[in-house]
Each structure stands twice: as C-alpha cells, then as structure tokens.
Design a protein around this ligand. Structure first.
Ligand code: KG4
Ligand code: ZN
Length: 338
C-alpha cells in the first residue's frame, strides 16, 4: 500500500494556505491571513491577488518544513481551481502548475465548495466522518449552500443564497452597528450577553430551500436609523440585545431550512462547514437538534471550517486514489459548479 503525500494550495479569497497530507492525515496546514482588507471593511480583490503572490512561496516552505518532508517525496500537487476571486485563483493555479512541472508529479484540481464538505474526512481524533448520505450546510463569508452528499464526488445542491452569504449578513449587520470587519465573531460575543427576543426582525419568506439575507440587512439598517434618530446612544445602550436578536434571527433562518430539508429527504446526518460554523448560536441549535429530533450533527475543527489548504488536500488524496488528475492546460474558474 503506497503512502501518498499531497501538497495542497488554497488561494480562492483572502487566505493564502498550503498544507501537506500523508494519506488522509494532516502533517501541516499553514494559513497566512491578509490583514490589509480590514481597513477597507471587506476583501479588495486586487490587493488579495498581490498578497497571495507575496505569501505563496514562503507559506509553501513553511508547510514543507512543518510537515518535515522534502519536496522530492511529494506524490502530487492539489490546488483550488474555483470558485472564488479570479485574480486570487490565478496565483494558486499558476504556482501549482509550475510545481507539478518542476517536480514532475501529477496535478489535481479541486472545487473549493466540495473541499469545504469533504473537510469532514480529514483523519483527526476530534472529528468523526459523517456517513453517506448526509446533508452539508456550508456557511461562510462567501457561501451559503445546502448540499445532498451521496458519495465523495456525488453531490447535489438543494438550496443556496439568492443574494448575500450568511457571513455577509453577520458582517454587514456588524458594520451597521459600527463594529470592525469581520464583525461576525463580535456579534457572537455580544450576543452571549444579550436577550435574543429583545427585538424582532422579519424573517424572509424564500421559496424552497434557498436563502436570502439582503432584506434582513436592510431591515436592520432601517431599524437602527429609526432608533438612533430618537436616541443617539441607542446602539451602545442595547448592543448585546441587538446582537443577540440578530443572531437569533439568522440561526432561526438556517435551522428552519435544515428542518425543511431533513423532512424532504429523510436524511438526518447533518454536517456543517465554513467560517460561520464557529458561531455559538448555530452550534447550540445543532446540539439541541440531536436531542430533540434525533439528528447526527458533525462540526469540523475550526481550523478546517475557515478557508484552509488542508481541505483541498483531502480532496486531492481522494482524487489521487481514483486517478482524477488535471491537465497542464487547466485554468482557474471564478464560477465553478459542484
Ligand atoms: O470561511 P471563512 O473564514 O471565509 C470565507 O468567507 O470563505 O468565513 C468567514 C466568515 C466571516 O463572514 C465571519 O464574520 C464569519 O465567517 N464568522 C462568524 C463567526 N466566526 C466567523 N460569524 C458568526 N459568528 C462567528 N463566531
Ligand atoms: Zn470558503
């Protein structure tokens, strides 16, 4: 039985990450986050590409050093082909091709959204892999999807956002409250001290299993404008209650769709991923659902929830085993279906 070493590269948004895997075990997973975007209140694509270009070689050396292996031992190079910001993806794609050419080893292209889902299969003492079929809820600053996962490479999108991603809903709400970017984790922190029923925000009425978060953002904006026109200190006096109420609304929307999809499919294995799965509200709601509705829920380690190359590497490993290699003329895809 051959030992497979995969070097994986992720550069779809604002994190430059390189990981080394030995079969399904993570040897290293180095992430360089780009601080530059904070002052702009969101990711600036042009700056992201430049930062990737600066970071990618040092991050690769760090990942190899941490894994304590020589590049000559590598079996293949896996990289994120898409979806994501085109300029950012091009940096990782070109670098991956060059490495594969120089080391004379195969190239493997990976869909970032598939990787968020298959991150659950990284072998780790703190994680259990979900059993097929399962439902995956991918929630982050860039994505909101419900996917039916029948097998490693047999996935079907059942619902997704029609406008903002759920992480954007958190971040844009936080911005309205004057909190710095990304505000999602701060809303979570303040929410812990507030009353989730203090204020009521309208829940969008979206058909089927799709989501919409832009209306919520607008209603929060109008609400804050109205209240602060009467009391300029409204936000400071009520910050915890406002955050708790926003978080309650978002978690309610997500759980509502999950209940709907469980009913529709009869599948009770639920796996979540993406940066928003760090949210304590959604984590608690899932734990409660285990007891109340008999669901099996799976939450990966935080390191594998946010964008990271480890999840690209596990897909690379599965693709290597089944002989799914890319050609040298492959190119990045900003839009790339599951
Ligand atoms: O997966 P991720 O690191 O990057 C992508 O967007 O792909 O996710 C980042 C998102 C941001 O919107 C951030 O505010 C949100 O995840 N986030 C949270 C929490 N931690 C991160 N949102 C709510 N509660 C949290 N605890
Ligand atoms: Zn992502």
């Amino acid at each position: 039985n051959e030992t497979i070493y995969i070097l994986a590269i992720e550069s779809s948004c604002d994190d430059t990450s390189v990981a080394v895997l030995k079969n399904d075990i993570m040897l290293s997973n180095v992430v360089a986050s780009q601080k530059i975007h904070e002052e702009y209140g969101g990711v600036v694509p042009e700056l992201a590409s430049r930062a990737h270009q600066q970071n990618i070689v040092p991050v690769t050396y760090q990942a190899l050093a941490k894994a304590n292996i020589d590049k000559k031992q590598l079996s293949a190079i896996a990289f994120t082909r898409g979806p994501g910001l085109l300029g950012s993806l091009l940096v990782g794609t070109s670098f991956a091709k060059s490495l594969s050419l120089a080391l004379e080893i195969p190239l493997i292209e990976v869909n970032h959204m598939q990787a968020h889902i298959l991150a659950h299969f990284i072998k780790d003492e703190n994680m259990n892999a979900p059993e097929f079929p399962f439902l995956a809820l991918t929630i982050s600053g860039g994505h909101t999807q419900i996917v039916k996962v029948k097998d490693y490479f047999d996935m079907e999108i059942l619902g997704q956002t029609l406008d903002d991603a759920v992480g954007e809903a958190f971040d844009k709400s936080a911005k309205i409250l004057g909190l710095p970017y990304p505000g999602g984790p701060l809303i979570d922190q303040y929410a812990a001290m507030g009353n989730p029923h203090a204020f009521e925000f309208p829940k969008p009425n979206v058909k089927d299993l799709n989501f919409s978060f832009s209306g919520l953002k607008t209603s929060i904006l109008y609400f804050i404008q109205k209240e602060t026109s009467q009391n300029p200190d409204f936000i400071t006096e009520n910050l915890a209650d406002i955050c708790a109420s926003i978080q309650f609304t978002i978690v309610h929307i997500l759980m509502g769709k999950l209940k709907k999809v469980v009913k529709k499919t009869g599948i009770k294995n639920i796996a979540i991923g993406g940066g928003v799965s760090a949210n304590s509200g959604i984590r608690k709601a899932l734990k409660d659902a285990e007891k109340e509705m008999g669901w099996n829920t799976y939450v990966p380690n935080f390191e594998f929830c946010t964008d990271n190359a480890g999840m690209i590497g596990i897909v690379g490993y599965f693709k290597y085993k089944s002989g799914q290699f890319a050609k040298q003329d492959t190119s990045a895809k900003a839009r790339y279906n599951l």
